[in-house]
Write a protein that binds this ligand. Structure first.
Ligand code: LLP
Length: 412
């Protein structure tokens, strides 16, 4: 690893990762700023001058340095809680660059969202429409709102991350949308500015995303016929990435499909990408703490990171590439790579062919920039791990490791 002089870019990166692990300890997250910049530019350029806004979905990774980086690139923001709205504001986004989505906004969230004057509050139900109107009237303001429609389209993604079927809790059935838009237009406290659709995440084919876009464009045309003129169509997020090397829809083709669907309306396109912007930029560094073989049965590689640091494998059976940073001679064997948590679901990989590793070897879990640290938790009183930003040859700690005292500081 660091013992030889790095020659290729991959070697340089490996050397840096080794250096980071030695300095920050493991487990730790490392994000590559260059990868985030490139992903943002690819999406942004693909609009090719068509009016648009990219609202980075903070839920994917709301670490301040990551959010500030997206802000510096010209991104706008998509928040799914008041906490995320405030993080966006602290990272420099103006209220009119933020859309706020959430299937169960509390009274406090609605009140503050209305008072901030966000670009749009995405309305999830007739009841919520009413509550936003009441709060806006009470504050003597008009709240810009977009209606989140549920187009009943199968995203063909993991059932836990699909949101666009009528069996899912999100939005309002698209057939009810025209009546609700009329209602919004009639309310004193509301100004309907957009339509919103988000059918799920880790969507790997364009067809469902394109169909969803077409459904809101058709809605906007119908509304125009009734004299309700929208300003933007928010097509949500959801574009997938390739975790295992199999082909996925290309971001440029994705943007072209959305623009193709929308161009005739002349309306501005908003998107809310999360994963595609930050997912591939992140790796999780972890150290092997044990290797054990059950006679005639499984071989386990136990690492110091688990479902506390990265939930995705335990929660969705998600696949992440895992590679040792030190290459040892010998044949691959079939192993389970498991965490230290006392839960059987705490495994990063099962029955995977893996090169030989020893205790203290460093491993890298790939494509964890989205929904990795953001979904981390402190089960077993495990303090949150540090996060590092690597930028070219330089790196810095953007979140230090939590201490046990900090973890316990809210308690009696
Ligand atoms: N907009 C809304 C309203 C959303 O609910 C989401 C994600 C996004 C945008 C961003 O979607 P993306 O472009 O990242 O796919 N924890 C899961 C993913 C849950 C996504 C939920 N919504 C995972 O680890 O795969």
């Amino acid at each position: 690893m660091a013992s030889t002089t790095p020659s290729t870019p991959a070697d340089v990166r490996t050397a840096r990762l080794g250096e980071i692990a030695a300095a920050a300890g493991t487990p730790c997250y490392v994000y590559d700023a260059g990868v985030i910049r490139a992903a943002y530019r690819t999406l942004d350029d693909a609009f090719d001058g068509y009016p648009h806004a990219i609202h980075y979905a903070l839920k994917a990774n709301s670490s301040l340095a990551v959010v500030r980086l997206l802000h510096s690139l010209g991104s706008h923001a998509d928040a799914n809680s008041l906490g995320e709205v405030d993080v966006a504001l602290r990272c420099g986004f103006r209220p009119d660059q933020i859309v706020f989505t959430g299937v169960g906004k509390s009274a406090g969230e609605i009140d503050r969202a209305v008072s901030l004057g966000l670009l749009a509050i995405n309305v999830e139900s007739p009841g919520e429409l009413d509550r936003i109107d009441q709060r806006a009237v009470a504050q003597n303001v008009t709240a810009p709102v977009a209606l989140r429609v549920n187009p009943d389209i199968d995203a063909k993604s993991h059932p836990h991350i699909s949101t666009g079927l009528k069996s899912n809790k999100f939005g309002v059935p698209i057939d009810e949308a025209p009546a609700l838009f009329r209602e919004m237009a009639a309310r004193r406290g509301l100004q309907p500015v957009g339509a919103h659709v988000h059918i799920g995440s880790q969507i790997t084919t364009l067809e469902p995303l394109e169909k969803a876009a077409q459904s809101v464009v058709a809605l906007a045309h119908a509304l125009r016929g009734e004299g309700i003129e929208l300003q933007h169509l928010d097509m949500g997020g959801g574009l997938g990435i390739s975790y295992d090397g199999s082909p996925v829809a290309d971001p440029v083709a994705y943007v072209r499909a959305l623009v193709g669907a929308t161009r005739g309306s002349g309306l501005k396109v908003a998107i809310e990408p999360g994963r595609v912007l930050v997912g591939p930029a992140g790796v999780l560094l972890t150290t092997v703490v044990d290797v054990k073989q059950f006679p005639g049965a499984k071989r386990f590689v136990v690492v110091d990171a688990g479902m506390t640091e990265l939930m995705r494998p335990a929660l969705y059976n998600a696949y992440h590439r895992i590679e040792p940073l030190v290459h040892r001679d010998g044949d691959a064997t079939i192993v389970d790579i498991v965490g230290p948590i006392c839960e059987s679901t705490d495994a990063y990989a099962r029955d995977r062919a893996f090169p030989p590793v020893r205790v203290d070897d460093l491993l890298m879990v790939a494509d964890v920039g989205a929904y990795g640290a953001a979904m981390g938790h402190t089960y077993l009183r495990r303090p949150l791990p540090p996060e590092i930003m690597l930028d070219g040859d330089q790196w810095r700690i953007i979140r230090r490791r939590q201490t046990l005292d900090e973890l316990l500081s809210l308690e009696e």
